[in-house]
Design a protein around this ligand. Sequence first.
Ligand SMILES: Cc1cc2nc3c(=O)[nH]c(=O)nc-3n(C[C@H](O)[C@H](O)[C@H](O)COP(=O)(O)OP(=O)(O)OC[C@H]3O[C@@H](n4cnc5c(N)ncnc54)[C@H](O)[C@@H]3O)c2cc1C
Length: 353
Amino acid sequence: MRYLVDFAIVGGGIAGLLSGYFLQKDYKVVILDKRGLLKGASGAAGAFLFPKVGKKSKYTDFINSAIVKSIKFYEEVGVRVYKKGVLILPRNKKDIEKFKEYEKFITFSFEKRDGGFFFDLGSVINPEDVKDKLRVDFVEAEFDGIKKEGDYFVIGDIKARNLILARGYEEDIEYLKIRPIWGERIEISGKWDKIEHFYHKNCSVGEVNGRLKIGATHKRDCLGCKENKEEAMELIKKAKEIINIYDFKIEDIKGGFRAGSVDYFPIVDKVINIDKTLTKAIVKGALPRSVKYEDNLYVINGMGGRGFSNAYVCAKMLYDYIKYNKKPSLNSLRLFIKWARRDGEEYLNAKSS
Ligand SMILES: Cc1cc2nc3c(=O)[nH]c(=O)nc-3n(C[C@H](O)[C@H](O)[C@H](O)COP(=O)(O)OP(=O)(O)OC[C@H]3O[C@@H](n4cnc5c(N)ncnc54)[C@H](O)[C@@H]3O)c2cc1C
């Protein structure tokens, strides 16, 4: 029997899960994922929620506002937030100079410590706890492209009026140019200096339930990357630049690809119909005559290295778009124009040949 829903969400990472969580208040929703819920990048994440230190910019403002809002949300829904504070340290000499400049832009309460900034707000959550607290209908299944029967999207036994693509780094919408960035998060048991709070330098470090969690994502162009002990040892080396670790046993290694957009901001939108929008090449300074969208097809992606806070803001934005037709500020037109100006002519030539 066919399973009829208002929304099928492809991808059960934090972006898909939170989108489903909000939409299920008003619609029948199912999430499908080939790996399971919170298994992709979301299963690898340290799920640290740390403020960003930097010059005043739209990006820093966005990240920091998402941190505050998401912590409040997780607390409200009963996810345990380990709010011990974070000490953000400069990575090198250049950073020491930059930090002097950044101080005036910090909008949270902070203390200066060891050449860095300590924020009370720095927190960690556990993705397993998020999964337990945010229940959404789920089916393990692989999506292999768009198939329609009349007005409905069909994926195996699921028939959906609307489809949301939340596929992380595996998203293949041409104009989005999603970039995979590989990283690992490990957990070790053993002996280290007593630590009262979390740290961030070349990696994020925190003690939760007697284990030390260490995570970083940094490798571009490494689609063949797999979890490996050498990288885990590199992470331990980086953590040792922050705290003394005397003895350790690696208990868990998780690797994954975070998904980044070319301008680092996430994307929340309907999918643009390339062929109907790109009718002729777009030169620098020009805009498409009119933007045409695919019917009932949405995308949420580009959560970057801060998916557990960004996804909260993005999923709310997607809900507001669907429910109230409020155009998302993180819509994808900016990326479409960038792509069309650079690659549009080649795309049109390939299509006509
Ligand atoms: C090592 C590491 C450490 C990180 N640390 C932090 C951190 O401390 N704090 C933080 O906030 N963020 C962190 N991040 C970033 C964060 O994990 C990501 O931004 C976030 O998980 C992205 O969520 P997502 O839902 O967009 O993608 P994903 O979690 O990757 O989910 C996408 C899902 O789509 C599914 N999918 C794709 N294609 C298909 C298909 N064809 N059919 C069915 N299913 C499909 C995949 O199986 C996957 O489960 C870290 C990332 C990594 C890799």
